[in-house]
Write a protein that binds this ligand. Structure first.
Ligand code: ZN
Ligand code: ZN
Length: 665
């Protein structure tokens, strides 16, 4: 009989798309060699931790040259088969090395050559729920449809802000827990997890576990290990929790499914929403995508019947939809961006003891520091951008590379000492409102004002107390927060959102407008939303106000169909960057020729300079690949990865592939 020579295919952190072959470590029992076990292996001159993908008796490499693995780290597989299959799908779909996919999403502690031990097993508690709140008719219908489903089904829970989507999630979760299953709830932001966690802990007796990148490595490992235990539990997490190692997952919920943060923008550019849908389908379980402003992709899938469409069109309780008013800024005198009409409305609400929210998606004091004499602007040395004036910190800051510098004494062009801030940021708005409305407190919520630990919680807590407050904030405020005393929402300027060039610009603007408006009128009082704009006749804006979110975007859907953009076509973005201005473009021109020679059902657009041509000292260019067939796009990318080595520049220029890109920057 031939001696069987087991060979391990191992995922190692390296550039190889697939696993590398190794011989089984010396002197270990073969029983330990199983897919999902961690193993120490030599890689070049280093020693690294990898994960066994499969066992085989033949290698396509010369077996005599195969290196021997050093030792297994686990007695039993740490990564389940279910998860290994998901990882390998992710690697193929996003054309990203399998080892980077796995090791990059496992807790970092698992890369160390140490056994993984769960310190405290969760006690199996009797299942117990807080009394369920009464549901309205629409909520009841949604819950009933969810209860009827057997196996995989993706649902879009399409509910206006304040319509009680969470209550529907809760009912579905009860169903899963009753079957002793585990539940994953994805939220778009770490800042939202404590709030959500508290809400779930109040309602359910089972363990409720946070999983996100802000946990310490040790805690993150413990939480990861907890998911593997055979007890019903709920995981509340951000993007990366889609790879948590559930023992028996029974339901996935994705809150605010449209949110851009579900797509990772560097390294493995995956969409947690799309991976979650794949995982639910593999596991044969239901998944709920919830949003007041669904992405056009999900909305289209629901309309076409691929997803179940659950609609909630009414606000629960006393909350009524806010009235919307446009303020034409043309020819008006504005004080720090505030028109007389808006100022009047603010004082009226504050006098009634209500809260006001002013939305401006631009932090700092002023976006531009300009020479009053000659128009010279202080720019970043490393990026294609202006430096933003931060008055509190007395610094000019680049919002792209974080370069900080003092304000120059005089202009670099004409040498006059007359630099002035131009334009409006949240700091300036805060300062102006503080002087005009004292003693009413003005609270600013943006990335600068919430850097300190707990400062966001403190601010939100103050708002919940219900005292009259003027709130100034960026898009951080559009997500999930609930303020019952808020009766007026002002969008300081709609114009930059309306003029975006990206094919998703309108969708994003509509989402922002609806989400920020949705903060008003959540309590018993009717809310009002005010939009300041210099384009009050803009056709899209008026459609949106007249027809609401879905109706307002119907035109955009028609355009996307004509142009073959998602959800009607498929995209991949090839990006390259280098300190030398010409290299990214040279490289992508060669890539273009290579892709073109493959033929097939694809369209190549570019290469062109990236919208932000220089970032952190590197020049950037991009090439967009478009196809009406997902399969054609992927087979092209597959061929490209096999042959890209033939292009010499591929070894010096930094490049990446973004499948289903969300941002074209
Ligand atoms: Zn000057
Ligand atoms: Zn910069």
């Amino acid at each position: 009989m031939d001696e069987v020579l087991p060979i391990l295919s191992v995922a190692v952190p390296s550039i190889f798309l697939e696993g590398l072959d190794y011989l089984v470590p010396e002197g270990v029992s073969l029983a330990q060699a199983a897919p999902g076990v961690r193993v120490r292996v030599p890689l070049g001159r280093r020693e690294v931790t990898g994960v066994v993908l499969s066992l085989k008796s033949n290698s396509s490499y010369d077996q005599k040259k195969l290196r021997r693995a050093i030792a297994f780290l686990d007695e039993e597989p740490l990564v389940s088969n279910e998860l290994l299959l998901l990882y390998s799908w992710v690697s193929r779909y996003y054309h990203y090395p399998i080892g980077e996919v796995i090791l990059g999403t496992l807790p970092s502690k698992l890369r160390q050559p140490k056994p993984a031990i769960l310190k405290k097993k969760p006690a199996l508690v009797p299942l117990h729920f807080e009394p369920i709140v009464d549901l309205n008719q629409e909520q009841k219908q949604a819950v009933e449809q969810l209860q009827q489903v057997q196996g995989y089904r993706c649902f879009l829970l399409d509910g206006v802000t304040g319509s009680g989507k969470t209550e529907v999630y809760m009912h579905a979760i009860v169903q899963a827990l009753k079957k002793q299953q585990q539940v994953l709830v994805l939220v778009p932001e770490i800042a939202l997890t404590p709030q959500t966690l508290a809400r779930f802990e109040q309602r359910f007796s089972v363990p409720v576990i946070a999983y996100h990148s802000a946990l310490t490595p040790a805690v993150r490992l413990q939480h990861w290990l907890l998911c593997r235990v055979d007890v019903p539990l709920i995981v509340i997490g951000t993007r990366s929790s889609v790879f948590a190692p559930f023992h028996h997952l029974g339901l996935i919920v994705i809150d605010e499914e449209h949110d851009a943060s579900y797509k990772q923008q560097t390294g493995l550019r995956y969409s947690a929403r799309d991976v979650a849908i794949k995982r639910a389908s593999d596991c044969g379980i239901p998944i709920i995508l919830g949003s007041a402003t669904p992405s056009l992709e999900s909305y289209h899938n629901a309309v076409e019947g691929r997803f179940g469409h659950l609609k909630l069109s009414e606000r629960v309780g006393d909350g009524r939809m806010p009235e919307v008013e446009l303020i034409d800024l043309r020819g008006q005198h504005c004080d720090s961006g505030l028109s007389p009409r808006l100022l009047e409305l603010i004082s009226a609400e504050v006098e009634r003891g209500n809260q006001v929210l002013l939305f401006l998606n631009r932090r700092g004091f002023a976006p531009v520091m300009m020479c009053h004499h000659c128009g010279w602007v202080v720019r970043c040395h490393h990026c294609e951008s202006n430096l933003v004036w931060h008055k509190h910190r007395q610094r000019l800051v680049c919002h792209h590379c974080d370069l900080r510098r003092q304000v120059p004494m005089c202009c670099a062009q004409c040498e006059q000492a007359n630099l002035i801030p131009v334009g409006l940021g949240t700091e300036q708005l805060e300062e102006s409102l503080t002087t005009q409305f004292a003693p009413v407190p003005v609270i600013r919520i943006d990335r600068d004002s919430t850097r300190r630990k707990n400062s966001l919680e403190d601010k939100l807590h103050r708002l919940e107390s219900g005292e009259p407050v003027i709130l100034v904030g960026t898009q951080m405020l559009t997500k999930g927060h609930h303020f019952s005393k808020l009766t007026l929402v002002g969008m300081i300027e709609a114009d930059s959102g309306l003029m975006g060039v990206d094919f998703r610009a309108r969708e994003r603007f509509a989402q922002q407008l609806v989400q920020v408006s949705g903060r008003a009128g959540r309590g018993a009082q009717l809310g009002r939303v005010v939009i300041q704009t210099r384009q009050p006749d803009d056709a899209f804006l008026n459609q949106l106000l007249k027809l609401g979110y879905h109706g307002g975007l119907s035109e955009s859907l028609v355009q996307r169909r004509q142009l073959g953009y998602p959800p009607f076509g498929y995209l991949a973005l090839l990006q390259a960057d280098d300190p030398h201005a010409h290299k990214p473009n040279d490289f992508l021109r060669q890539v273009y020729r290579m892709l073109d020679s493959f033929g097939g059902d694809v369209e190549l657009l570019g290469p062109v300079p990236a919208p932000m041509e220089k970032l952190r000292g590197r020049y950037r260019a991009q090439l967009l690949i478009k196809s009406n067939r997902r399969k054609s796009l992927h087979s092209l990318l597959y061929q490209f990865h096999r042959q890209v080595k033939e292009i010499k520049l591929s070894r010096s220029v930094r490049w990446s592939v973004d499948v289903d890109p969300q941002v074209m920057t």
